[in-house]
Design a protein around this ligand. Structure first.
Ligand code: DGL
Length: 265
């Protein structure tokens, strides 16, 4: 009987669910373990050394406990720092999530692109190098948002989040003369996996329409390629949801769409 592959998806909180839902759609044959390191959330408020010291051993413990065939780090704030450490320490294949600067700049017509991420992600040398290598002559504005990931967590958990609070975080992404569609920002990279949770609100609150770049479908394709062709498995695959704080997840019905309808244990 074919063995079901296990995919472990890791984030600081619920943002990685936006990556998980794409991988679940691509790999219905897999068993999923979703880990939210909520005991250390938000990563955007921690130093680089703190994140490396937290994530590398924690992912090692998770690998030992769940024996995944693949680990997806569904967090830009962590991936822009820890991928080389993880690959050096553990033999499992890894897929990271980093700002989609290359496709964004390739698509922009006005040559004005903004990268919306956590304060940590936009400060990383990794992100600066992506701009140096792939901006292709575009003007790239880095926008470090202090609160948007937390606002997305609140909204998903059913707490009211005001338009004003979201609009304040978003405003610096919009560069140029609002009345000149030929030169103003036309593309915004969602460089934090939490932000697609708020996509409807971002579209509504944007001062003008832009293209939002979410890397999740590309990450799902990469993850699926690494696993090889889907396996024929007889019964429905399962899913687990783990919070490092050990809090029970009272988000049942809100979460199941991200798990492709599975009810996470
Ligand atoms: N979801 C994470 C990311 O993609 C970050 C949120 C946080 O600050 O913990 O960057």
């Amino acid at each position: 009987m074919p063995v079901r592959p296990t995919i472990l998806v890791f984030d600081s909180g619920l943002g990685g669910l936006t990556v998980l839902r794409e991988i679940v759609a691509a790999r219905p044959d897999a068993h999923f373990v979703y880990v939210a390191d909520d005991a250390f959330f938000p990563y955007g408020h921690h130093s680089e050394d703190e994140i490396v010291a937290r994530v590398v051993p924690l992912v090692g413990e998770l690998i030992a406990r769940h024996a995944p065939d693949l680990v997806v780090i569904a967090c830009n704030t962590a991936s822009t720092l820890v991928m080389s450490h993880l690959r050096a320490a553990y033999g499992v294949p890894f897929v990271g999530t980093v700002p989609a600067i290359k496709p964004a700049c390739a698509q922009s017509k006005t040559r004005r692109v903004s990268v919306l991420g956590t304060k940590g992600t936009v400060q990383r040398e990794y992100t600066r190098a992506l701009i140096r290598d792939f901006a292709q002559g575009c003007e790239v504005t880095l926008v470090g948002s202090p609160e948007l990931a937390s606002l997305a967590e609140s909204a998903l958990s059913g707490t009211a989040v005001s338009d004003d609070d979201i609009a304040t975080e978003l405003a610096p992404c919009f560069v140029g003369d609002a009345s000149d569609a030929a030169t103003r920002t036309d593309t915004v990279v969602l460089a934090c996996t939490h932000y697609p949770l708020l996509l409807d609100r971002l579209e509504k609150l944007a001062p003008w329409p832009v293209r939002w770049i979410d890397p999740a479908p590309a990450i799902a394709r990469r993850a699926s390629d690494l696993l090889g062709p889907p396996r024929e498995v007889p019964d429905a695959a399962g899913a687990e949801m783990i919070f490092t704080s050990n809090r029970p997840h009272g988000l049942g019905r809100t979460l199941t769409p991200f798990f492709g309808g599975r009810v996470p244990a």
